[in-house]
Write a protein of this length. Structure first.
Length: 55
Protein backbone atom coordinates (compact mmCIF):
# COMPACT_ATOMS: atom_id res chain seq x y z
CA UNK A 1 0.00 0.00 0.00
CA UNK A 2 2.64 2.63 0.85
CA UNK A 3 4.32 2.16 -2.52
CA UNK A 4 1.07 2.78 -4.36
CA UNK A 5 0.42 5.91 -2.31
CA UNK A 6 3.88 7.27 -3.09
CA UNK A 7 3.38 6.54 -6.80
CA UNK A 8 0.09 8.43 -6.63
CA UNK A 9 1.87 11.39 -5.03
CA UNK A 10 4.55 11.33 -7.74
CA UNK A 11 1.91 11.29 -10.48
CA UNK A 12 0.14 14.25 -8.84
CA UNK A 13 3.43 16.16 -8.75
CA UNK A 14 3.99 15.38 -12.43
CA UNK A 15 0.50 16.62 -13.33
CA UNK A 16 0.97 19.83 -11.34
CA UNK A 17 4.37 20.50 -12.94
CA UNK A 18 2.91 19.88 -16.40
CA UNK A 19 0.12 22.35 -15.64
CA UNK A 20 2.70 24.92 -14.52
CA UNK A 21 4.66 24.43 -17.76
CA UNK A 22 1.49 24.86 -19.84
CA UNK A 23 0.57 28.02 -17.94
CA UNK A 24 4.04 29.52 -18.43
CA UNK A 25 3.90 28.64 -22.14
CA UNK A 26 0.52 30.37 -22.39
CA UNK A 27 1.96 33.43 -20.63
CA UNK A 28 5.01 33.56 -22.93
CA UNK A 29 2.76 33.29 -26.00
CA UNK A 30 0.66 36.15 -24.60
CA UNK A 31 3.76 38.32 -24.12
CA UNK A 32 4.88 37.48 -27.67
CA UNK A 33 1.51 38.64 -29.00
CA UNK A 34 1.88 41.78 -26.88
CA UNK A 35 5.25 42.37 -28.55
CA UNK A 36 3.55 42.24 -31.95
CA UNK A 37 1.10 45.05 -31.15
CA UNK A 38 2.13 47.98 -28.93
CA UNK A 39 0.62 48.42 -25.49
CA UNK A 40 -1.38 51.55 -24.52
CA UNK A 41 1.85 53.04 -23.17
CA UNK A 42 3.16 53.01 -26.74
CA UNK A 43 5.92 50.45 -26.21
CA UNK A 44 5.65 46.64 -25.99
CA UNK A 45 5.40 45.10 -22.54
CA UNK A 46 8.51 43.25 -21.42
CA UNK A 47 8.15 39.58 -20.43
CA UNK A 48 9.59 40.42 -16.99
CA UNK A 49 6.78 42.87 -16.23
CA UNK A 50 4.12 40.37 -17.31
CA UNK A 51 5.81 37.69 -15.18
CA UNK A 52 5.73 39.97 -12.14
CA UNK A 53 2.08 40.72 -12.88
CA UNK A 54 1.38 36.98 -13.07
CA UNK A 55 2.99 36.27 -9.69
Amino acid sequence: MPRRRSAMRVSMALVSSALAVILTMKQSIGTYLHHLRPTPQGRPATPLRSLTRLI
